[in-house]
Design a protein around this ligand. Sequence first.
Ligand code: GLA
Length: 415
Amino acid sequence: MTLLFRLLALVALAASLLWLTPVHAQKFDELAQTPPIGWNSWNKFGCDVSEQLIRETADAMVATGLRDAGYRYVNIDDCWQGGRDAHGDLFPDAKRFPSGIKVLADRLHAQGLKLGLYSDVGNKTCGGYPGSRGHEYQDARTFAAWGVDYLKYDWCNTEGMDSASSYTTMRDALHATGRPIMFSICEWGETKPWLWAPAVGQSWRTTGDIAPCWNCEVGHGNWSSFGILRIVDMQSALRKYSGPGHWNDMDMLEVGNGLTEDEDRAHFTLWAMMDSPLIAGNDLRGMSASVRATLANRDVIALGQDPLGIQAFRTLAEGQLEVWAKPLAHDEWAVAFLNRGDTPRRLAFDWKEHAVGDGLSGRNLGADKSTYRWTELWSKATGSTAQALDRSLAPHSVLVFRLVPGPSAAAATGS
Ligand code: GLA
């Protein structure tokens, strides 16, 4: 009888495990079906992070309408750590985070937001704080117990370590907690993460750090940071690796950190067109109306959130003028015109002469059967591809059009 009971219990346990496994797997699979949107402390605040900053940032995300525009993650980057206790468990800096991370996560969750945290593959983070090497499962359990939703995992102090297997160890540790935690791989493109990371995390940095400049490279020793165009130009061969659940990460945004309004808009547009995570990196508490409007442009955000998840491609380059195209669901397209140069450019563009299909549809925009109505997503102007464009494009600026199949109302009525 006892043996029969034990057998039955074993069968029940096996059945429940079989049933549970796919449920957990499914939850992880659903992470980042579209690129994550949120905020991170590093670009503006560096190591100057605190519970107060995170609380105020979350409040500002709600008050400025960014949460309602799709922003979810509030991510604490490096320097939050206080150390490890006698059991080896990580704890936060008690001065900066006196209430602890769990309290902060609970508060954010109550606001409809999510909390992200940072660690590193090596013994130490880039800022010299404790990294997760040798503590992967322990740290993942700590993060899960605190209610963390997103882990950015950096690559400092990893001499001699193998990137794919190191990141896989942390992925497995996160999976083992049962809490779906978005895994953001930050390995700067050093070992071609696009080749191995799609099976490991939901996003991977493709380059070194971003800098708030249009086309510069800023060197610090043997480490460089890159302006907007430099990062865009480094993506050219990578679009095929990106898709739902696994994204090329072009680094956190510099919108509001000193670029001009046109540059901010161009930067934001290109990141959305290229399906990069949109992680704001400015001070959300004191934004100008124009920075807020840039970050909150739902029409531009929607390009990156399109369910097809197909990264934009450069379809035309003529000197400083480039045309980028992105296929969208329901036969729609996004087309962006970028003036990289320092002087205004005339944009004379007859849609009928240009196929943006990239072999996907092969159609000429504006040809008989494929006339599109368009909306320009910064000015909200509307029109039809039946008419050519003739505009001036300011230096370092974009125009971005969403094209919907069908003649414009004006064209249809012949007026
Ligand atoms: C690296 C990362 C940055 C930031 C810092 C923190 O440089 O690439 O995004 O996380 O470390 O020290």
